[in-house]
Design a protein around this ligand. Sequence first.
Ligand code: BJW
Ligand code: ZN
Length: 243
Amino acid sequence: MVQDLIQRIEQLKDRIRGSRYIVALTGAGVSAESGVPTFRGKNGLWKDYRAEDLATPDAFARNPQLVWEWYDWRRQLIASVTYNPAHRTLVELEKNSPRFTLITQNVDGLHQKAGSTNVLEIHGSIWKLRCTLCSDISENYEVPLKALPYCSMCGGLLRPHVVWFGESLPSDVLVKADNALNLCDLLMVIGTSGVVQPVASFPYYARTKGAFVLEVNVERTLISHIAHETILGKAGEILPLFL
Ligand code: BJW
Ligand code: ZN
């Protein structure tokens, strides 16, 4: 078993070295070892909170106070942790690859904190706020928030600049992601359950465009049958083996 894993890792290292364009697609599993809760699974956020009550535009319209309390709690939690060896490895891969794009569903900013530069935040950022009236986007690192945040330009209520259920993903980011998936020869899919669309279809798309799809996750997922290879294990333990 161990011998087999070592051999597979060696082959994957060759593939990584030989790739002209690597794209990494990450999900909540990459930040799990940093102490950021994932969404699904036994300790996932959706065990204690209903997505419909917190991560939809309707929920925010109904009760912005409640939604902000939840985001404020998550911002405090994220502010108190830091990146892990999985984030670090992706920084090294970016440095060593001719071309590298990181598409993340995570809103925590830990990839950038670790030093990744070419990052597409496809579900937005918990550290950015957007005005519900004028759509102005501003950075905000205040933790905890002292009160509901309002726009300095027009006085409108600010919301987290993240993508909720039923909302479109930012179109400029989608175009860049589409381009990257089209051109890459290796797609690494790390720590995502692959249940949330449209991102869940990215691995399939990249594969049809010719990419080799490598998945790293602690368990098999909806993406596993698309992937050419799935390595089971913690991202923070497996990814450094690729360097
Ligand atoms: C480890 C590990 C370790 C653990 N190492 N691995 C039917 C009804 C209604 C809507 C839909 C429908 N069918 C499709 C839709 C659309 C909907 C959707 O996909 N819903 C499905 C859930 C059914 N999608 C949308 O609404 C999207 N917009 C859209 O499609 O617009 C057009 C449209 C609108 C309406 C209808 C139809 C079309 C928007 C999706 C926005 C998602 N937003 C969230 C919240 C972001 C803000 C925030 O953080 O607060 O994004 S939800 C949440 O899920 C978050 C994540 O980015 C996203 C993905 O989760 P992720 O990252 O995969 O995490 P988990 O927890 O699911 O998985 C963790 C994985 O890590 C697991 O596999 C573990 O095993 C693994 N792991 N530890 C490695 N150490
Ligand atoms: Zn405004």
